[in-house]
Design a protein around this ligand. Structure first.
Ligand code: NAP
Ligand code: HSE
Length: 419
């Protein structure tokens, strides 16, 4: 019999306990042994009184329990779980986690400490989709050229509803929270940080690159308005929060931001809490992964799969899938040098000559306009919406700085990249 201890029995932890109980027969058949949840740790034990497990308040007691074989960490946070993971590994216990925030900062240290002790984290990226397995094992013969996709279920759920039903940002965020999709602090979702944590984990497996969230371009969806949505619809685009990792010579570009995606693209059709990630390998070509990116059951499906794998095969590290530096000399690309098309929204005072001043600034930064819409004026204010041809990130940023200095420009211009 294999005994599990669950640190954090909330949305995902509860679903893990339920799946292990309710799918017991098939899980025993697949793993070859009976798997039992011995205990769980929470802050309020009354919340798990209905589950048939020992409930405790002290995570250290669980991690030091000699009867526990596998520690499953589903409590969230960074430094406390890091201490607990280190202690569990020191005690020789296998570890399974869905905690991407922790891995975004400490994945290399944990790989080092884990050594040959199994450390699995499939649920940390894209919920129920086995993307880590695909990248670490299925595609391991390839140089990875790019990874691009929807990696945050909450944002995709919100953007889909905002686009299709015209629902406002705050209402749809509350709905995502009540469905168990959002992080404990939802600014991680809507600010793009959660998708960035996932992108960094994938980029480590694909490129061996050791970057921290602070080193990459991260923008969220908090600024997206119905005005941007109507522009997107008029020009055949959908708005998505994308995570992008792209190999460019000896550089790797890593970025997370809202993007206007052409409606014909597969990724534009991925709605609701679903995630979709495209991985291009130099030998296999493009592969695409789709499924539920958040929610208790979908995420727990990946956690339990990791547990079964450990019990069945005693799966050994290296946790990130490589022992030696993967590709020597690869560096992070400076975000200022990214090339993209851009959408810009400006709120201006509607006076003669303003448009000329604005277009002169575009020309001054050698940025060519592909499309422009002026909305009807309301109380002497109007919105100007532009789509540009390709330009460098630093050019668009300099343009925005200069536009902001114009007296007639009323707010900081809002920008979305067009991919
Ligand atoms: P959750 O519903 O907030 O559950 C967290 C659990 O951890 C609760 O049982 C909580 O206890 C417990 N906990 C937190 N801090 C604790 C502490 N200091 N001591 C003891 N217990 C503590 O979170 P979740 O949505 O299940 O997410 C868990 C992890 O999975 C996170 O790392 C998250 O990023 C990741 N994840 C979540 C999803 C998803 O769709 N929800 C998907 C993929 C990955 P109390 O309830 O008593 O406070
Ligand atoms: N909050 C995350 C999301 C959970 O919405 O994608 C899954 O990692």
């Amino acid at each position: 019999m294999v005994r599990i201890g669950v640190l954090g029995v909330g949305t995902v932890g509860r679903a893990v306990v339920e799946i292990l109980n309710e799918n017991k027969e098939i899980i025993t058949a697949r793993s070859g042994e009976e798997i039992v949840v011995k205990s769980g740790v929470v802050r309020d034990v009354s919340k798990i009184a209905d589950l048939d497990i020992m409930a405790g308040l002290d995570p250290y007691t669980l991690v030091n329990d000699p009867e526990i074989d596998i520690v499953v960490e589903l409590m969230g946070g960074i430094e406390l779980p890091f201490e607990l993971h280190k202690l569990a590994l020191k005690n020789g216990k296998a570890v399974v986690t869905a905690n991407k925030a922790l891995l975004a900062y400490h994945r290399y240290e944990l790989q080092e400490i884990a050594g040959n002790i199994p450390f699995e984290f499939e649920a940390s990226v894209a919920g129920g989709i086995p993307i880590i397995n695909a990248l670490r094992d299925g595609l391991s013969a390839n140089h990875i050229l790019s990874i691009r996709g929807i990696m945050n279920g909450t944002c995709n759920f919100m953007l889909s509803k905002m686009m299709k039903e015209g629902v406002c940002f705050d209402a749809v965020l509350s709905e995502a929270q009540s469905l168990g999709y959002a992080e404990a602090d939802p600014t991680f979702d809507v600010g793009g940080f959660d998708a960035a944590h996932k992108l960094l984990i994938l980029a480590s497996i694909a490129y061996g690159i050791d970057a921290k969230p602070e080193e990459i371009l991260i923008e969220g969806i908090t600024g997206v308005t119905q005005e941007d949505i109507s522009f997107a619809k008029e020009f055949g685009y959908t708005i998505k929060l994308l995570g992008i990792a792209k190999r460019d010579g000896s550089e790797v570009e890593l970025r997370v931001h809202a993007a206007l995606v052409k409606n014909e693209e597969m990724i534009a059709k991925i709605d609701g809490v679903m995630n979709g990630i495209s991985v291009v390998g130099d030998r296999v070509g493009e592969t695409l992964y789709y499924g539920a990116g958040a929610g208790g059951n979908a995420t727990a499906s990946a956690v339990v799969a990791n547990i079964i794998d450990i019990v069945r095969s005693g799966k050994r590290s290296p946790m990130l899938g490589f022992n030696h530096p993967l590709e020597e000399g690869l560096t992070l690309k400076n975000p200022d040098t990214i090339v993209s098309k851009y959408y810009l929204r400006l709120r201006i005072t509607d006076k003669p000559g303003i448009l000329a001043q604005i277009t002169q600034l575009f020309a001054g930064h050698t940025i060519s306009v592909e499309a422009m819409i002026q909305r009807p004026s309301e109380r002497e204010c109007t919105q100007l919406l532009f789509a540009t041809h390709e330009t460098r990130e630093y050019s668009i940023r300099n343009l925005i700085n200069d536009l902001e200095k114009l007296e007639a420009v009323l707010d900081t211009p809002y920008m979305i990249r067009i991919v």
